[in-house]
Design a protein around this ligand. Structure first.
Ligand code: UT7
Length: 328
């Protein structure tokens, strides 16, 4: 990559206290723990309180990441929030977060690339630092998916949860930091995973509410097939661009949508499970927040050492995908 070397200076995460278990879901829709566990690997997920919005979750994760990076709010030049559940249509959740943090010097914007949003955010923010325009950026994935989930639809309500993960990125010593980004999109698959109500195509009306267009719609099986194909190929492409091979990977940090999708990526990359972060059992799919939460947990658990090669990889609505190879 061109320009100054840029890497992750600190990580943070936050998940709400409230736990929604498979057993509780059995009381809500026609499902059972055995089906959910065997098809998805999910046992429970976290649910925000009525009072919590995505910026509240983002704030907690950001404060941790800033402390870990030893960076103050005034040191931030840029805030990027990747989310599909912004607090409101506008102002952006990044601007709301900027105000909460007191990051007066920071430019701020939201980024919409669904579950790939955090990788897209890293690519954008790191380029602005590598170019010399900015010094420090806060990149957050924050979601309150429970607020757009239909808890009468068993196809989707078992999957999603709430949470936020954050990183501070900045200049790092030569040889460390982000080595490549692989971003992609296929708009022809947009219909497969969407919330179609409430935008300029279908403004909120009694009709959009009656038709439940304000909730997530997903063609699960089609998204599954796409995910299995793209996780491996995006990770391989990120490695190739970085001049690295599968054997160089110390830790894979994949989007946490479904344990079967993660396992297929491990097979394709010839990686043992202990070289992969898995927390889908605890949090379900938290869209843009999945990867930074998983990364923050790996750091907390001491699984990431200086010089390690990490590959972050995700896919999601859009359709979109993103991967990055980096040296810690
Ligand atoms: O972040 C990116 C977005 N999302 C994803 O990555 C999700 C990708 N897709 C998936 O993970 C999987 O497709 C699901 C977990 C959503 C579904 O698993 P599947 O193995 O693809 O199941 P299916 O959709 O093919 O459904 C199999 C059966 C169906 O019954 P019939 O039609 O075969 O009689 C469903 O109605 O399972 C039924 N089913 C359920 N049964 C019990 C669907 N949801 C449930 C449920 N409990 N919650």
């Amino acid at each position: 990559m061109n320009g100054r070397p840029v890497g992750i200076l600190g990580t943070g995460k936050y998940v709400p206290d409230r736990v929604l278990t498979n057993e509780q879901l059995e009381q809500m829709v026609e499902t059972n723990d055995e089906w959910i566990t065997s098809r998805t690997g999910i046992k429970e997920r976290r649910i925000a309180s009525d009072a919590q919005a995505s910026s509240d979750l983002a704030y907690e994760a950001a404060v941790q990441a800033m402390a870990a990076a030893n960076v103050t709010a005034e040191d931030l030049d840029l805030i990027v929030v990747a989310t599909i559940t912004p607090d409101m249509a506008f102002p952006s959740t990044a601007c709301i977060l900027q105000e909460k943090l007191g990051a007066k010097q920071a430019a701020a914007f939201d980024l919409s690339a669904a579950c790939s949003g955090f990788i897209y955010g890293l690519a954008n923010a790191s380029s602005l630092i590598a170019s010399g325009l900015y010094r420090n950026a806060l990149v957050v994935g924050a979601e309150c998916l429970s607020k757009i989930t239909d808890y009468t639809d068993r196809n989707t309500c078992i999957l999603f949860g709430d949470g936020a993960g954050a990183v501070v990125i900045g200049e790092v010593p030569e040889g460390r930091g982000f080595r490549s980004f692989e971003l992609g999109a296929d708009g022809s698959g947009g219909e497969l995973l969407r919330v179609s109500g409430g935008g300029s195509r279908n403004p909120v009306s009694q009709h959009t509410i009656d038709e439940k267009l304000h909730y997530i719609y997903m063609a699960g099986r089609d998204v599954f097939k796409f995910a299995v194909r793209i996780m491996g190929s995006a990770a391989e492409e990120a490695l190739r661009k970085a001049g690295l091979g599968k054997e160089d990977i110390d830790l894979l940090v994949p989007h946490q949508a479904n344990i079967r999708i993660i396992q297929s990526a491990l097979e394709r990359l010839d990686l043992p499970e202990d070289k992969c972060v898995v927390n889908v059992n605890k949090y379900g799919n938290v869209s843009a927040a999945s990867i930074p939460i998983a990364l923050a947990e790996a750091v907390e658990e001491g699984r990431v050492q200086e010089g390690d090669v990490l590959v972050l990889v995700g896919f999601g609505g859009g359709l979109t995908w993103g991967a990055s190879a980096l040296v810690w």
